[in-house]
Write a protein that binds this ligand. Structure first.
Ligand code: C5P
Length: 294
């Protein structure tokens, strides 16, 4: 068995995000079309004899202990295969912005699970790996599987959808981050005016109709009463004014993405957003990473 392994931890975007119900367990039922994109953190795992699992990241403020989802994922995997004594260092080179709604922490956790399962010779089936990943966080199962999927329940119930037709994402994050539990609390205080047309969106995906997909891009969190949504609306406006077919905030923000046809010249809008906000990158789609065996 190798004692070192590397894995890319790809970010996700919410092409649509609906909250359908507040549950009695503190979570919310969701209906989301999710997409893996080519922006990634680099995760390296080195097994050692320390008996401890630790993470080290390129960002000083990201914790290296059990507050880090990557550490929790490793511990969950080791307990599932009865190897609780194994120590390791997890090195994470962060490129996905933190507090962006791009699933950075979940992607790192998912990469740890895929990498450890490969390292140990696949003791867990793709389904088992996904099922266990739900204990680590609601977005981790999607990050384990990757591709284009409809997520429901807490986010852990997945149905793989046809791949997004070829397109380009421009992703921009303002300097502020948004806390996920805080935004859920704010959502509970309002009555949602609109819901995304999720059925129409999945149908448009089946027809590979990019224009119709983009017409249905929608995130209910943008309706929350929060001044920061003005900045989100501003960024969306800039993306749409420069030819995006659709734009929305991803997850609980604060990153916003626009979808462009593959040949579009996005240099000007990227330069403008980079100048005005903290982060702006271009990304493409990534397909399924952990295909279910059935
Ligand atoms: O599952 P995860 O630990 O990522 O969730 C973080 C927090 O986000 C939860 O404690 C909850 O407040 C909120 N959440 C929710 N409904 C979901 C997912 C997350 O209310 N479906």
């Amino acid at each position: 068995m190798p004692d070192r392994i590397e894995e890319k931890a790809y970010a996700k975007l919410n092409i649509s995000l609906d909250v359908t119900e507040r549950r009695s367990d503190g979570y919310h039922d969701m209906l989301m079309v999710m997409q893996t994109v080519s922006l990634y953190d680099e995760v390296s795992i080195m097994l050692n004899g320390s008996g401890r699992v630790r993470a080290r990241t390129s960002l000083a403020f990201v914790p290296g202990d059990e507050r880090n989802l990557a550490v929790r994922a490793a511990l969950r995997f080791l307990s599932a295969i009865d190897a609780g004594e194994q120590g390791m260092d997890i090195q994470i080179d962060k490129r996905i912005p933190v507090g962006a709604g791009m699933g950075g922490g979940s992607a790192d956790a998912a990469a740890v699970l895929r990498a450890l399962n490969r390292m140990y010779g696949s003791p867990l089936s793709p389904e088992e790996l996904e099922a266990l990943s739900g204990d680590v966080g609601s977005d981790v199962p999607f990050c384990v599987r990757g591709g284009t999927a409809l997520a429901s329940g807490r986010g852990e119930k997945l149905e793989t959808l046809p791949d997004m037709p070829e397109c380009r994402f421009i992703i921009c994050k303002p300097s502020f981050s948004i806390s996920t539990p805080d935004l859920f609390k704010k959502l509970d205080q309002i009555r949602l005016r609109c819901h995304p047309d999720t059925a129409g969106l999945t149908e448009a995906l089946r027809r590979q109709d990019l224009a119709q997909i983009c017409r249905r891009i929608y995130n209910v969190f943008e309706d929350v009463d929060d001044r920061r949504m003005n900045t989100v609306a501003e960024i969306k406006g800039i993306l749409l004014d420069h030819g995006a077919l659709g734009a929305a905030m991803t997850g609980t923000g604060s990153a916003v993405f626009g979808v462009f046809t593959p040949g579009s010249d996005t240099a000007q809008v990227q330069a403008l957003l980079k100048n005005e906000y903290a982060f702006c990158e271009s990304a493409g789609c990534i397909g399924v990473l952990n295909a279910p065996s059935v």
